[in-house]
Design a protein around this ligand. Structure first.
Ligand code: HEM
Ligand SMILES: CC(C)=CCC/C(C)=C/CC/C(C)=C/COP(=O)(O)OP(=O)(O)O
Length: 285
């Protein structure tokens, strides 16, 4: 088994950013608790990586025949035949069990939320993708749980801070994904996926994407509003949200693939910058 196949099976770059978001909210939860237990931070990162890798592994086993039809995913280890379902299943089960054990070791809530995320993502969202664009709203729940899981791993009670961290990542995913779905619509069509809000590249999809990017502006100001992110975080969030909104407006105006690509790339920058700003501001206190 080559690293490149393993990294494709677990969708390494996506998994990296998912775990990154959890590791930041762990530090925020630790500050609320009053101390940072670095051993637990390491356990969260390892466990989070394993459970997210497992979720993606199960997803790729279920979508093997569909991934074969799309240019973007045809070279993944299962559709390309470089890995068997059995190997992927053993790997994913091992990662899922090991990851859940590690996270459960931190506290039970963290363990339960991780199993719930794997289940929701791999066994509800993944089959729903073929049915309707509503699947994106289902996938956005496990996609937004990592920051909540990271926070709870350090601070076992789900409080308003955990919910705000969940909320920001939840709303961010819509422009993130609908920009990708716009760029890749022809590819998705090969596998019969219709994941844009209206099912196609049109003013309605661009308008709904713009609307959710607009909603992200006040949502990203919640840490400042609830006073666990300072004015500095508010300023960075506002700047990033307006930049994000500019690209979403640009897509609404032009409704073309290059505008969707710019919105997609801005989504990759938005989340880490806003989460890092929250971290520096919070830990810096
Ligand atoms: C509804 C939820 C989401 C959907 C449907 C979604 C979908 C996708 C898709 C289809 C790609 C393209 C991957 C490729 O080019 O092969 C992608 C890329 C990416 N996503 Fe998301 N994503 C979601 C949530 C998230 C979350 C929660 C994160 C991290 C916090 C994330 C981070 C990334 C990153 C870093 C990439 C670039 C990875 C790469 O190019 O290989 N996404 N996403
Ligand atoms: C703690 C835990 C287990 C959380 C789950 C985190 C997770 C895997 C989030 C990803 C969210 C998501 C819907 C990704 C897209 O998958 P896709 O199947 O649409 O992507 P693809 O088309 O590239 O396969």
């Amino acid at each position: 088994m080559r690293w490149s196949d393993f990294s494709k099976l677990i969708k390494f770059r996506l998994t990296f950013l998912v775990v990154f978001s959890a590791s930041i909210s762990f530090l925020i939860g630790s500050k609320v608790n009053g101390e940072i237990v670095w051993k637990n931070w390491a356990l969260l990162i390892i466990g989070g990586f394993l459970v997210t890798g497992a979720a993606n592994g199960f997803n790729e086993i279920i979508e093997k025949d569909l991934d074969k039809l799309m240019l973007r995913t045809a070279d993944r280890p299962l559709p390309s035949g470089r890995m068997t379902n059995g190997q992927a299943l053993v790997l994913s089960l091992f990662m899922g069990i090991a990851g859940t054990y590690i996270l459960g070791h931190l506290n039970l809530t963290t363990g339960y939320l991780s199993v719930f995320s794997i289940f929701l993502y791999a066994f509800i969202y993944t089959p729903a993708k073929r049915k309707s664009p509503v699947a994106v709203f289902i996938g956005a729940i496990p996609g937004a749980l990592p920051p909540l899981i990271g926070y709870v791993a350090a601070h076992p009670k789900i409080d308003y801070i955990a919910l705000v961290l969940f909320g920001i990542q939840f709303v961010w995913q819509f422009p993130h994904f609908w920009a990708i779905a716009w760029v890749l619509d022809d590819d998705y069509k090969l596998a019969g996926f219709r994941l844009l809000p209206s099912g196609k590249r049109d003013a309605t999809s661009a308008a709904i994407t713009f609307l959710f990017t607009l909603i992200l502006v006040p949502v990203s100001l919640l840490p400042t509003y609830y006073n666990f992110g300072g004015l500095y975080v508010g300023a960075v969030s506002l700047l990033c949200s307006f930049a994000f909104l500019y690209f979403a407006f640009n897509l609404l105006l032009k409704q073309d693939i290059s505008s969707a690509k710019k919105l997609m790339y801005s989504s990759f920058f938005y989340l880490p910058i806003v989460q890092l700003a929250l971290l520096f501001d919070f830990v810096g206190k």
